[in-house]
Design a protein around this ligand. Structure first.
Ligand code: HEC
Length: 151
């Protein structure tokens, strides 16, 4: 008798749990890609804003990394049902799946801006600064529409 009761309560507990991010490895994987992006963007942004001394070799390495990380194909990283309304542990707004073409277009804009930074990163701060500004604009353009505020 006791065993039956235990079994029933376990079943109810399972039903009551919200969907979790660990059920969808893609969430951690795409966040990992964005974390590698910011790891390199921070170096370039720091130089552009004068918080870090300009260093041509360091800038070029960060820009090369950014180019490659933004080339990692994202097409399998956004499965249906991995939005912030359906699952905990993600800030991806449902609007992504309602406007997939626009979302992909904003990622392509990021790729283009990263390529432009890569082309000039070693050429001095005056050339780097506007290219990094344009790159930062592509992050913001996507986040303001498709990423929930940190909560
Ligand atoms: C095409 C849209 C898009 C672009 C462009 C974009 N992001 Fe994001 N970013 C997102 C979304 C959506 C998330 C939320 C992902 C999630 O939580 O599942 C995110 C999350 C992040 C995170 C948090 C990762 C975590 O661990 O939760 C960082 C950091 C980040 N982005 C940095 C950047 C930077 C820096 C740029 C520009 C150089 C950038 N992103 C460009 C859409 C974008």
């Amino acid at each position: 008798m006791r065993r039956i009761v235990f079994g029933a309560s376990l079943f109810l507990t399972t039903l009551a749990l919200p969907a979790m991010a660990q059920d969808h490895p893609e969430i951690g994987q795409r966040q990992g890609q964005f974390n590698l992006i910011v790891h390199n963007f921070a170096v370039l942004g720091g130089m552009a804003q004068g918080r870090v001394d300009y260093d041509a070799a360091l800038a070029q390495t960060a820009a090369d990394n950014l180019f490659h990380v933004t080339r990692h194909d994202q097409s399998r990283l956004w499965p249906e049902g991995t939005d912030a309304q359906s699952v905990e542990g993600t800030r991806a707004l449902p609007a992504i799946w309602e406007n997939l073409d626009d979302f992909v277009g904003k990622f392509v804009a990021l790729q283009t801006a990263a390529e432009n930074v890569q082309a000039v990163a070693g050429d001095g701060l005056d050339t780097l600064r506007p290219a990094v500004g344009a790159l930062g604009g592509t992050c913001q353009a996507c986040h303001q529409t498709y990423r929930a505020e940190a909560g």
